[in-house]
Design a protein around this ligand. Structure first.
Ligand code: SF4
Ligand code: SF4
Length: 445
């Protein structure tokens, strides 16, 4: 199967996943959602509030190290096989313009359209219209990762109340029209930051698009084209100089010159060469392998030291992310001492706190407190009944009548452990350690 066909199947698979994912829920939570109106991040069916995003740094590290590792091992595999820009360009240029409307030939991407013909103009408007619809769908699909579909369709019934959402969708769709129809692959070459940094991650073991000069012959010398046609060959060079690989290239480069920043790893040149060389009973001269394998006849070990470091780092990031996912508390509690240091009445000392409980569950619970240290008691606290997702503040006053150890010179701080639990299900609990300030001796007399 040609690389192009494999890529088309990959694109179809990715498109289905990206469209379906926002509709999949586990325990009422999404697989991936960053909801700004609910201030929540959903990941693999777990919901995190904005103040418990401790898993986020490890996911970001995983993402960035993953991109570096992927580029270092497989080159620009993302660009050719998964980047939305490339997928959209294939849909617009190869499917709409070439296959459906016959405006151009997939095999020759260098030819500009002839706008002197009316039929070309009409077909161009039709292609713009079709791409406009797809852009709008893609933009709505993108929005579902911020506003889940169940809310999105509700909001659509009152578009004026959700003006920002509508404007965001329309602006993204307009950008996609400009980018895919007018900027084309210039986006990859000049605007995409990833294309700029990736060449620093390559080495001779990186899998990339390589023209085999050993078989094909050197077409370029010092960046200048020295061989223009097959008659100039002196030996057994196999390249027919047919230029099929050049004509088909969407970024308008000649891969026989060596790897260039414009190359998006689409491998269309390799497929084109396969067709030409296939007629001569030979393999394509353009490989998707490392330079060491193609040119230097050396093996590129997958488990080199560099790759092992990447793999271990990725596992560590995942392990930390999973560990912190498991550490997610059943509900959120924040306890702060008030400005009053302590109160003394006879031999009883009190400390005041402001307690905030956020019931991050969907069910209603009544939250009570138990003290795990017998020296202290609760003087004031009324169990809080909170509906799902509700948050409330209340006052908690702890007291002790015991003569605790303290000095003449300064106040002492005691650590007091408390459990905050749901009365309906004691398994739902959170433990906190409070600081109880006990006055110095002379103040107690
Ligand atoms: S040289 Fe052109 S056709 Fe070949 S992989 Fe790169 S971008 Fe694609
Ligand atoms: S398609 Fe193959 S044979 Fe033709 S010019 Fe390119 S590398 Fe040479």
């Amino acid at each position: 199967m040609s690389f192009s066909k494999k890529r088309y199947f990959t694109y179809l698979f990715i498109t289905i996943i990206v469209f379906v994912m926002p509709f999949i829920k586990i325990n009422g939570n999404h697989l991936l959602l960053l909801s700004f109106d609910k201030m929540q991040f959903h990941f693999l069916g777990l919901a995190f509030n904005m103040n418990e995003l401790y898993v986020m740094p490890f996911l970001l590290m995983f993402l960035f190290i993953g991109i570096f590792a992927m580029t270092s091992i497989f080159g620009r595999v993302w660009c050719g096989w998964a980047c939305p820009q490339t997928i959209f360009r294939v849909i617009y240029r190869d499917l709409i313009e070439s296959k459906i409307l016959g405006l151009r030939r997939i095999k020759n991407k260098q030819k500009e359209l002839d706008y002197s013909k009316n039929s070309t103009k009409i077909k161009k408007y039709i292609s713009l219209f079709l791409w406009g619809i797809i852009s709008l769908l893609a933009s709505i699909n993108f929005m579902w990762y911020f506003v889940p579909p169940e809310d999105f369709f509700l909001y659509l019934q009152n578009p004026l109340e959700h003006f920002f959402m509508i404007m965001f969708i329309l602006s993204t769709a307009l950008f996609l029209i400009y980018d895919i129809v007018f900027m084309k692959e210039d986006f990859c070459t000049f605007a995409c930051p990833y294309s700029r940094i990736q060449s620093t991650l390559y080495d001779n073991n990186t899998k990339q698009v390589v023209y085999n000069t050993n078989r094909g012959g050197e077409i370029y010398q010092n960046s200048e084209k020295s061989i223009l046609n097959i008659k100039q060959w002196s030996g057994n060079e196999e390249c027919t100089t047919c230029e099929a690989c050049v004509k088909i290239c969407p970024t308008h480069i000649d891969i026989r010159k060596g790897l260039q920043v414009e190359c998006i790893n689409c491998l269309e040149c390799s497929d084109a060469c396969s067709t030409v060389m296939g007629k001569l009973g030979k393999k394509s001269l353009i490989y998707w392998e490392s330079t060491n394998e193609v040119i230097n006849n050396k093996l590129s070990p997958l488990f080199s030291l560099k790759n092992l470091v990447y793999i271990v780092s990725l596992f560590l990031c995942l392990a930390f992310a999973l560990y912190f996912t498991g550490e997610k508390e059943d509900f959120l509690v924040n306890i702060n001492k008030t400005t009053k240091l302590y109160g003394i009445k006879e031999n009883t000392v009190t400390n005041n706190y402001v307690l905030t409980i956020h019931n991050t569950n969907k069910k209603e619970y009544t939250f009570d407190i138990e003290i795990l240290d017998s020296s202290f008691k609760i003087k004031r606290y009324r169990p809080l009944k909170l509906q799902g997702k509700q948050r409330l503040k209340t006052v908690l006053i702890l007291q002790t009548s015991k003569a605790l150890k303290t000095t003449n010179k300064k106040d002492s701080a005691y650590k007091v452990k408390i459990n905050i639990y749901a009365k309906e299900n004691k398994e739902i609990k959170v433990q906190r350690e409070l600081s109880f300030i006990y006055p110095r001796k002379d103040l107690l007399k």
